[in-house]
Design a protein around this ligand. Structure first.
Ligand code: HEM
Length: 396
């Protein structure tokens, strides 16, 4: 990416079938220009589904449609405006006690063990539980939904072989049907908290904006949007900070630095590394003219390391004053609606871990990542510490 930014900032990748965009300014310009670039291809499968896969999905009545992230204007903005309220900083405050309680409970489970896989033992499950609460899913429906959340990533952004595609197709089909059943249950009583219930209530007044198809698709897509992104972002942040012991020690001494450190971690090692757009008209990107229909993959993680925007971009600097200008949440009309919930989770996890396990260190390990082109975070994060030095043992 560094080579590309300098030598060929927009290049055609025959393997992917996309124009790859690597510079900060070009990526931001595409994100901000919704008159010329459509997000309709944002959730398209990188590996086109075979006839057999399509048949399996059809058997489940799978009919994933546009939601928000891949909807064009003006339909998108009308929907986004209506559905925004639960994401305002005021509304998000309601979730803070739950995030804090879950973070504490999970840390308490392993605090005396001296070692843990933070992904398996905390960072996967806590964001999922919070995502489900945010959507308004009942506790009793959570365990089943948990099983299906992973299927989406490989299916959409990976290169699964035929056997894997078929397996994933069954999981996706089941996930779709379960989402439908949960939605039906919510429809019977749409009162109470939760973004999906809020959407159902709005449907009565705005049926042409909040459609049935939107609600069913969002019930499924919302879990992926809120869960894996945040789980991966926290795992990336912890891997990064623990590999930079000076930065970690600073955060332990001064938790006031955590919010900016979160931005710097999102910049340095975001959890969505690339996102897509398709040209609606003839466009110019990085000085090259492209026809309508040209498909683009913007590598935000490359833009986030662009020296033209971030000085000494390959250096982790938790004091960086423009860290928050990263592209990890996208930009413009579609910018991540859940960004402040994600930030809150990241901050609270770091607050709890730096306070209760300041002597945490990475265990020797080889990191593995799910092979796909969008979602990135280590599958495991092994850490260790000496429980005898836990601050709460010395000062209970
Ligand atoms: C859209 C990243 C967490 C809900 C997006 C987009 C990105 C993104 C890249 C597309 C932006 C664009 O096209 O300009 C992330 C990352 C997260 C995260 C990195 C965690 C660190 C969440 C959470 C929620 C959420 C927790 C929900 C509670 C959404 C929604 C959209 C979106 C609804 C569509 C917005 C629209 O099209 O108007 N996110 N996201 N995200 N995200 Fe997130």
């Amino acid at each position: 990416m560094k080579w590309a930014r300098e030598e060929e900032p927009v290049f055609w990748s025959p393997e992917l079938g996309y124009w790859v965009v690597t510079r900060y300014a070009d990526i931001k310009a595409i994100f901000r220009d919704h008159a010329n670039f459509s997000p309709a291809n944002a959730l398209e499968k990188i590996t086109p589904p075979s006839a057999a896969v399509q048949q399996v999905l059809a058997g489940y009545g799978y009919a994933m449609n546009r939601t928000l992230v891949n909807e064009d204007e003006p339909a998108h903005m009308a929907r986004r405006r209506l559905l925004l309220e639960p994401f305002t900083p005021e509304a998000l405050k309601v979730h803070e006690p739950l995030v804090r309680r879950l973070a504490r409970e999970y840390v308490s489970r392993f605090i005396d063990a001296g070692q843990a896989d933070l992904v398996d033992q905390m960072l996967w499950e806590v964001p999922l539980t919070i995502a489900l609460h945010f959507l308004g899913v009942d506790e009793e429906d959570m365990p089943l939904l948990r099983q299906y959340s992973i299927a989406h990533t490989v299916n959409t952004w990976g290169r699964p072989d035929e056997a894997e595609q078929l397996k994933v197709a069954h999981a996706v089909g089941n996930f779709w049907q379960l989402a439908g059943r949960i939605l039906e249950k919510m429809r019977r009583d749409p009162s109470g908290p939760g973004w999906m219930k809020f959407g159902i209530r709005l449907q009565a007044e705005h049926p042409e904006v909040v459609t049935d198809s939107y609600l069913h698709s969002m019930m499924m897509a919302g879990i992926v949007a809120a869960h894996e992104t945040t789980a991966n972002a926290t795992a990336n942040a912890l891997r990064l900070l623990l590999s930079h012991p000076t930065a970690w020690a600073e955060l332990c001494r001064d938790p006031g630095l955590i919010p900016n450190a979160v931005e710097e971690c999102l910049r340095f090692s975001g959890s969505i590394v690339a996102w897509r757009r398709v040209a609606l008209n003839e466009v110019r990107v990085g000085g090259i003219t492209m026809p309508a229909g040209a498909r683009f993959m913007m590598v935000m993680t490359s833009g986030n390391h662009d020296e033209a925007k971030f000085a000494e971009a390959d250096l982790l600097d938790i004091h960086r004053d423009n860290a928050g200008e990263h592209l990890s949440f996208g930009y413009g009309a579609h910018q991540c609606m859940g960004k402040n919930l994600a930030r809150m989770e990241l901050q609270i996890f770091l607050e709890e871990l730096t306070r209760r396990l300041p002597h945490l260190r990475l265990a020797p390990q080889a990191f593995s990542y799910l092979p796909n082109m969008a979602f990135r975070g280590p599958e495991h994060l092994h850490v260790e510490w000496d429980p005898a030095r836990n601050p709460e043992r010395r000062d209970p």
